[in-house]
Design a protein around this ligand. Structure first.
Ligand SMILES: *Cc1c(COP(=O)(O)O)cnc(C)c1O
Length: 404
C-alpha cells in the first residue's frame, strides 16, 4: 500500500525549530562577558512579561523548578497548621505538576476532566474542604481551561489559583461578553510556562513564572537563587531556603530570538491542525479534540480520541505508527494511577460518603480513565508542511482501518 510507506525521518509529535538567527544570537551570547545572568536574561524576562500582559516574569531552568517555587510560596500561606493543605487539580497532566506539590507537603486532590482534556470546573466545588488552599489547573494541549469559571470558584471560596500553562505559551481566551482575547499568564495568581524543546517555543530547557503579585515575585527570586539577600559589600543574609533554579544567558538568547517567531510557530501549528480537522472530519475511527470558540490554542499537542472499538487496539496502533516513523505519544496516564500516588485516591471525601459513583473504581475518575484509553497525540509542529501532514493523515487512517 503506497500510503503505508514509512517516513524517511522520524517525525515526533512536537519539536523545536531553530533558525540561523537563533544560532547567531546564542553564539553572540556565548562570547559575551557574562554567560550566566546578565542583560539578555533581563530583556528576555521583560519581553515575556509584555507579550503576556503581566507585570512580572521570572525565567527558571525548568517549568518543574518554577512549579516548585509556586507551590513553595503557596505552602507558606497554608492555614492548616498541623495538617496538610490540599490543592485541587487534574489527573491529566505531566507528573511534574503534582510531584512539586508533594515536594512542598501539599496534597493533590484529583477532580475529573472533560473531553477537551481540561479539569471539569463543575467538579471542583464539591471537593473543597477546610484544608483546601488552591486550585491548580493545566491548559491541556495548549487550550486554556475555563479559567473564568475557576476564577469565580476561587474567589467564592477564597482559594489561590495556580495555572500550569506549560503547554500554552501564546494561547488566549475571551470571556463570554468580551470581544477581546486575553493571553494566558496573568489570569491566575501564578502562571507557569515550560520552554522545554517540545513546548511552543524553546530555551532548550527552561521555565517561566509569571505573576502580577510583587510579593510572589520577590519570594520566587529568593527560591530561585539560594535565598540569599545582599546586604553590604560582601555581607549576605539568608532568611529562607533557596536553590539554584536559574536560567543562563545562552538559553535566554535562544528564548528571546524564538519569542520573535512564537506567533508564527502557533500559526503554522494551527495550519496543520486545521488541515487535520478538515481531513479527519466524519471518519469513523476517531475524532479530534475540539477547540472552543472563545479559545485560541497554542496547539502544543494535536490529540485524537479513538472510537471505542479501537481503544483496546491502541498499543498495536501506536506500534504500527512508530514503525512508520510517525512519532505518536499518549498524554497522559492519570497521575493517581502511579504507585507514588496510590495513597491519594481514596482520600477523596466523596468516596467515604459514598456519594460519587465515578469514584467507585478505587478512586479512579471515569472521564480521566476514558480519556487515557482514547487519547493519542499525533505529529503537529512548526517543522512540518501540509504535504507531510497529508501523508501522515493518510497513514493514520490506514493504520486505524487495519485494526478496526
Ligand atoms: C512539560 C511539562 C512540565 C515540565 O516542564 P519542564 O520544563 O520539562 O520541567 C510541567 N507540567 C506540564 C503540564 C508539562 O507539560
Amino acid at each position: 500500500m503506497e500510503s503505508l510507506e514509512k517516513l524517511q525521518d522520524f517525525m515526533p509529535y512536537s519539536k523545536q525549530e531553530i533558525s540561523n538567527e537563533d544560532k547567531e544570537e546564542v553564539i553572540k551570547a556565548l562570547f559575551s562577558q557574562n554567560i550566566t545572568q546578565g542583560q539578555i536574561l533581563q530583556e528576555y524576562e521583560a519581553k515575556v512579561a509584555s507579550y503576556s500582559g503581566v507585570k512580572n516574569a521570572l525565567a527558571f531552568n525548568s517549568a518543574t523548578s518554577s512549579l516548585y517555587a509556586a507551590f513553595n510560596i503557596l505552602a507558606s500561606y497554608c492555614h492548616a497548621k498541623e495538617r496538610v493543605c490540599e490543592v485541587i487539580t487534574s489527573p491529566i497532566s505531566f507528573v511534574a505538576t503534582t510531584n512539586m506539590m508533594l515536594a512542598n507537603n501539599l496534597r493533590p486532590v484529583f477532580a475529573d476532566i472533560k473531553f477537551d482534556g481540561n479539569i471539569d470546573s463543575s467538579k471542583v466545588e464539591e471537593l473543597i474542604t477546610k484544608n483546601t488552599i488552591a486550585i491548580c489547573a493545566i491548559d491541556y494541549a495548549g487550550q486554556s481551561v475555563d479559567i473564568f469559571e475557576l476564577q469565580k470558584i476561587a474567589k467564592k471560596h477564597n482559594l489561590y489559583l495556580i495555572q500550569d500553562s506549560s503547554h500554552a505559551f501564546g494561547a488566549s481566551i475571551k470571556d463570554k461578553d468580551s470581544k477581546e482575547f486575553i493571553k494566558l499568564g496573568g489570569l491566575s495568581f501564578i502562571s507557569i510556562f515550560s520552554t522545554h524543546a517540545l513546548k511552543p517555543f524553546t530555551t532548550a530547557e527552561g521555565g517561566l513564572l509569571l505573576s502580577n503579585d510583587l510579593e510572589v515575585i520577590q519570594a520566587a527570586k529568593l527560591i530561585r537563587s539560594h535565598g540569599v539577600v545582599k546586604k553590604e559589600l560582601y555581607d549576605l543574609e539568608v532568611n529562607s531556603l533557596g536553590f539554584n533554579f536559574r536560567l543562563n544567558e545562552l538559553s535566554a538568547a535562544l528564548g528571546l530570538s524564538q519569542l520573535k517567531r512564537l506567533d508564527f510557530f502557533i500559526q503554522k501549528r494551527e495550519e496543520i491542525a486545521s488541515f487535520y480537522d478538515e481531513f479527519f472530519k466524519d471518519n469513523k475511527y476517531f475524532y479530534p479534540l475540539k477547540i472552543a470558540k472563545n479559545k485560541i490554542s497554542s496547539r502544543h499537542l494535536y490529540v485524537i480520541l479513538l472510537d471505542r472499538t479501537l481503544r483496546c487496539k491502541k498499543q498495536d496502533i501506536v506500534r504500527d505508527l512508530l514503525a512508520l516513523n510517525i512519532g505518536v505519544q499518549v498524554h497522559y496516564k492519570p497521575i493517581y494511577k502511579f504507585k507514588l500516588y496510590e495513597g491519594f485516591r481514596r482520600k477523596n471525601p466523596l468516596l467515604a460518603k459514598g456519594i460519587s459513583k465515578e469514584l467507585d473504581k478505587e478512586g479512579f475518575l471515569s472521564n480521566a480513565e476514558e480519556f487515557y484509553e482514547a487519547a493519542l497525540s499525533i505529529p503537529c509542529n512548526q517543522s512540518m508542511d501540509l504535504d507531510l501532514a497529508l501523508r501522515i493523515a493518510k497513514m493514520i487512517l490506514a493504520v486505524c482501518k487495519k485494526h478496526y
